[in-house]
Design a protein around this ligand. Structure first.
Ligand SMILES: [Zn+2]
Length: 363
């Protein structure tokens, strides 16, 4: 009687181990076709699963997105953003004795909020939930379709979120969210015959731009790095939340993607990573502090960017040495200058080609 019981429990254990392995594997690849929300810090949330990562600022001024994901994910992105905005900005204020902008519930949750000095206790009793605030701005980190694919539809949805009287909506700015990008993004979209509805409505053209002043209680700065991933890259820095949205200047899921046809270079890529390191301040022993949302892959801190920058510089130097000793591209590839990182960043071929071309073009 004992042996079948033993067999049964053995089989059960095997099934459990197998299920756990399956679960771990599924969990590793988040490609489940859904959009996932990761609260980062302050006003900032990260949406994962829409192509490129999307950075969201939600608060009492409305919603701002850095990047709009790929076109086929737009409906799911919109639903997720609406759900997030409802949770964050359209719920009743909790009763709190806290005063000032650093209350536990974030800016506006204490007695001093966007209406000035008020009694949160009274507000909680008399107010019903506010309507969901609209998406007011999209900032594109580059021209790539997995970062701009949702532009047209998401910008247009800025209307439906305003509700009743659109003209009296936030900013009174009209029937659509504003789309911001570095000016070469607009130039290339115009030349590339991209549908007009996806074009940036507003552009900037200097390397450090104080964007529109304040939004959701914080200053937002745009940094353009010339000739990095492309010639139209924007790094967005949220100064109070202390979060940097890096776009594909920093994409930890792979080796850097340097689009030479659109003006990218290896030196610009390194300059871009150095710019992020210049802005970011790590917390104790490099964990936490300024958070960096990469174009693709997981949430990072300054240490992650530093390791990545060092990897890029090492490989650049190795390839540069090989070029100086007159090795051809085939010989350089055969010498495997990225071998010690391939396990982590995958196939290096496109990266080696881009670095080689970028370095030989310069001479
Ligand atoms: Zn991308």
């Amino acid at each position: 009687m004992r042996r079948p019981a033993f067999k049964l429990s053995f089989a059960l254990a095997a099934i459990l181990i197998f299920t756990a392995a399956m679960w771990a594997q599924q969990n590793q690849n988040r490609g489940d076709g859904e959009i996932h929300i990761l609260p980062v810090q302050g006003n900032i949330y990260m949406l994962v699963g829409a192509g490129g990562n999307i950075t969201v600022s939600v608060g009492f001024d409305g919603t701002l997105l850095v990047d709009s994901g790929s076109a086929q994910m737009t409906d799911k992105v919109l639903a997720t953003v609406k759900q997030l905005a409802t949770m964050v900005s359209a719920s009743i204020y909790p009763v709190t004795p806290c005063v000032g902008i650093r209350c536990p519930g974030g800016a506006g949750s204490g007695a001093f909020n966007q209406w000035g000095w008020t009694s949160p206790a009274i507000n909680t009793i008399i107010s019903s939930p506010r309507p969901v605030k609209p998406i007011r701005y999209i900032i594109n980190s580059s021209i790539d379709p997995d970062h701009t694919g949702g532009n047209a539809k998401i910008a247009k949805s800025g209307v439906t979120f305003t509700g009743g009287n659109v003209a009296r909506g936030p900013g009174g700015s009209g029937d659509s969210a504003e789309v911001w990008a570095f000016e070469t993004v607009l130039n290339r979209m115009t030349e590339g015959k991209v549908a007009e509805a996806a074009w940036p409505t507003d552009t900037y053209y200097i390397n450090s731009y104080k964007w529109n002043g304040f939004f959701n209680g914080e200053g937002i700065q745009l940094f353009h790095v010339p000739a990095a991933h492309t010639d139209g890259d924007t790094i967005v820095y949220f100064r109070y939340s202390d979060v940097i949205s890096a776009g594909d200047v920093f994409s930890i899921a792979s080796y850097p993607v340097i689009d030479l046809a659109k003006g990218g270079t290896i030196q610009g890529t390194i300059d871009g990573l150095n710019k992020i390191l210049e802005l970011a301040i790590p917390q104790f022993r490099s964990q936490g502090g300024t958070y960096i949302i990469p174009g693709h892959g997981r949430l990072c801190d300054e240490g992650d960017v530093a390791n990545y920058r060092n990897m890029v510089v090492k490989i650049r130097d190795r390839i540069d040495d090989m070029i100086k000793s007159d090795m051809t591209l085939q010989q350089i590839k055969a010498a495997k200058p990225t071998l010690d990182y391939d396990g982590r960043y995958g196939s290096p071929d496109a990266f080696i080609e881009a670095v080689h071309k970028s370095l030989t073009q310069k001479r």
